[in-house]
Ligand binder design. Structure first.
Ligand SMILES: Nc1nc2c(ncn2[C@@H]2O[C@H](COP(=O)(O)OP(=O)(O)OP(=O)(O)O)[C@@H](O)[C@H]2O)c(=O)[nH]1
Ligand SMILES: [Mg+2]
Length: 428
C-alpha cells in the first residue's frame, strides 16, 4: 500500500437556488401580490475524521468535490429545497489547509469530528421578500449565492501512540513486524523503509495501541539529509518514543554514539520532541557481539533516567515484556489531544469577508478592476436584466462608496469596469 500524506484538492460548495419572481393570479384579481419563493441553500462541504482510514490515497484519483445546488424557489411562495451537505471522509489526524496561504482551516483529530470547510450559497430571495409599502409589486428576485470554492492542501499526520526512532537498519521495521499487524519490508540495506508504516499492537482482548515505524534517521536529517526529516512530523503526536539501537555494533557503529546523534537530530527538528519520553531499546541481542555493548547501554539509560530493554526482533526475546510495559505506560499517560492549532478553528467565512477592503486596480488595457468579496457575491446574485435588480445593485454600489473611489481613481465616461465575472461601461 502506498502511503500518501499530502494532497491538493479543490472543493466547491453548492450554489444557492434562485429566488422566483412571480405574482398571485386569482379570478377577478388581474395582478395579485408577489409570491415568488426563496431558493434553497447549496450544499456545504464538510470533512469528517474516520479512524478506519489511514491514507489520503483516494484523493489521488478524485481531486475535485462539488456540492449540489439548492432547489429554486417557485410560485406560491414555495421555498427551494436545501441541498444535503457533501461529507468527505479523511483519516483522523488530517490537517486541512488553505493551499495559497497555508492557513490551517481545521484539524480533524477525533473520530467522527466534522468541520464545515466551504459554505454552500444561500438561496436567492424570491420577489415576495422585496415587497414593501413603497414597492407593492417588485419584479426583482435574486439568483442563488455561489457556493464557496477553495483550493485545499490536506496533510496527514499519523495518529500513533508510539514512534520508533533510530538509525537505518537497527531493526525498527523488524520490531513493528514482530509485535503488530504491520508487514513492512525488511532488508539489510539502509533506508529500506521509505514511507511511514502504522501497526496496531493488541495487548489484551480489547486493548490496543498504534506504533509508527518511520524511515531511519541519520546526521543532518533536520537539514533534509536522508529521508528522516520529512517524516519526523509523523511522530510529533506520539506519546512515547522507542529509541532503537543495534546492540551488536555489527555495522561498525557505536550504539552509544548513535543514541546521542539521533537525539541531537531530534533536538534540531523540534524541542518538544526532545522532551517526549523515550525508552532505550537494544536490539539484535541474539548476535554474539551484542554482549560487549549491553552493560554500557544499560549505564547510558540509567544516566539518562530512562527505561532500558534488551530485545531481539528476530528471536522475539524480550518483546513480551517490552510491549506489556508500553501498554501499561500508555494507560497511565492517557492521550491529551495534541492539536497544532490549539482549539480547532474554523474560520467564520462571513465575518472575514466583511473586513475585506474594496480594492481598485487597473489592468494593462486601462480597465478598472474592483475587488471585494461581498460585492462580487452581490454581482453574482443580481439579475441585471431586471430594472429593479439593477437599481438595487446601483444603490449598494453607491452605499459602499465604489462610485466615489472610482472617480477618484480617474474613471471616465465609456471606460470599462470589471467586477467579478461582470464588466460594464462607465456612465455618469
Ligand atoms: N540478528 C538480528 N537481525 C536483525 C534483528 N532485527 C533486525 N535485524 C536485521 O537487520 C536488518 C535491518 O532490519 P530492518 O528492520 O529493515 O531495519 P530498519 O531499522 O527498519 O531499517 P531502515 O528501514 O532502513 O531504517 C535486516 O536484515 C534484519 O533482518 C535482530 O533482532 N537480530
Ligand atoms: Mg525499516
Amino acid at each position: 500500500m502506498q502511503f500518501i500524506d499530502r494532497v491538493k484538492i479543490i472543493v466547491k460548495a453548492g450554489d444557492g437556488g434562485d429566488g422566483k419572481s412571480s405574482f398571485r393570479r386569482e379570478k377577478f384579481v388581474p395582478k395579485g401580490g408577489p409570491n415568488g419563493g426563496d431558493g434553497g441553500r447549496g450544499a456545504d462541504i464538510v470533512f469528517e475524521a474516520d479512524r478506519n482510514l489511514n491514507t489520503l490515497l483516494n484523493f489521488r484519483y478524485k481531486r475535485i468535490f462539488k456540492g449540489d445546488r439548492g432547489g429554486h424557489g417557485d410560485v406560491k411562495n414555495q421555498v427551494g429545497r436545501s441541498a444535503e451537505p457533501l461529507v468527505i471522509k479523511v483519516p483522523a489526524g488530517t490537517l486541512i489547509k488553505d493551499q495559497a496561504t497555508g492557513e490551517v482551516l481545521a484539524d480533524l483529530i477525533s473520530e467522527g469530528q466534522r468541520e464545515v470547510i466551504a459554505r454552500g450559497g444561500r438561496g436567492g430571495r424570491g420577489n415576495a421578500r422585496f415587497k414593501s409599502s413603497s414597492r407593492r409589486a417588485p419584479t426583482f428576485a435574486e439568483y442563488g449565492e455561489p457556493g464557496e470554492a477553495r483550493d485545499l492542501l490536506l496533510e496527514l499526520k499519523l495518529l500513533a501512540d508510539v514512534g520508533l526512532i533510530g538509525y537505518p537498519s537497527v531493526g525498527k521495521s523488524s520490531l513493528i513486524a514482530a509485535v503488530s499487524d504491520a508487514r513492512p519490508e525488511i532488508a539489510d540495506y539502509h533506508f529500506t523503509t521509505l514511507t511511514p508504516v502504522l501497526g496496531v499492537v493488541q495487548t489484551d482482548y480489547e486493548k490496543s495501541f498504534v506504533i509508527a515505524d518511520i524511515p531511519g534517521l541519520i546526521e543532518g536529517a533536520a537539514d533534509g539529509v536522508g529521508l528522516g526529516h520529512e517524516f519526523l512530523r509523523h511522530i510529533e503526536r506520539t506519546r512515547l518514543l522507542l529509541h532503537i539501537v543495534d546492540a551488536s555494533g555489527l555495522e561498525g557503529r557505536d550504539p552509544i554514539e548513535d543514541y546521542h546523534k539521533i537525539n541531537a537530530e531530534l533536538r534540531r527538528y523540534s524541542e518538544t520532541l526532545t522532551e517526549r519520553t523515550q525508552l532505550l531499546i537494544a536490539n539484535k541481542i541474539d548476535l554474539p557481539t551484542a554482549a560487549e555493548h549491553l552493560p554500557a547501554l544499560e549505564r547510558l539509560a540509567e544516566s539518562e533516567g530512562i527505561k532500558f530493554f534488551a530485545i531481539s526482533a528476530v528471536t522475539h526475546e524480550g518483546l513480551d515484556e517490552l510491549m506489556k510495559y508500553v501498554g501499561r505506560w500508555l494507560e497511565e499517560h492517557p492521550a491529551e489531544i495534541v492539536s497544532t492549532v490549539g482549539s480547532v478553528t474554523v474560520i467564520d467565512l462571513d465575518v472575514r469577508e466583511d473586513d475585506d477592503p474594496i480594492v481598485i486596480e487597473r489592468n494593462d488595457a486601462g480597465d478598472f478592476i474592483v475587488r471585494n468579496k461581498n460585492l462580487e457575491k452581490i454581482v453574482a446574485m443580481t439579475n441585471f436584466n431586471d430594472d429593479e435588480g439593477l437599481r438595487r445593485f446601483q444603490y449598494i454600489w453607491r452605499m459602499k462608496g465604489v462610485d466615489r473611489s472610482l472617480r477618484e481613481r480617474g474613471v471616465k465616461e465609456g471606460m470599462t469596469v470589471h467586477i467579478g465575472l461582470m464588466e460594464f461601461e462607465w456612465r455618469e
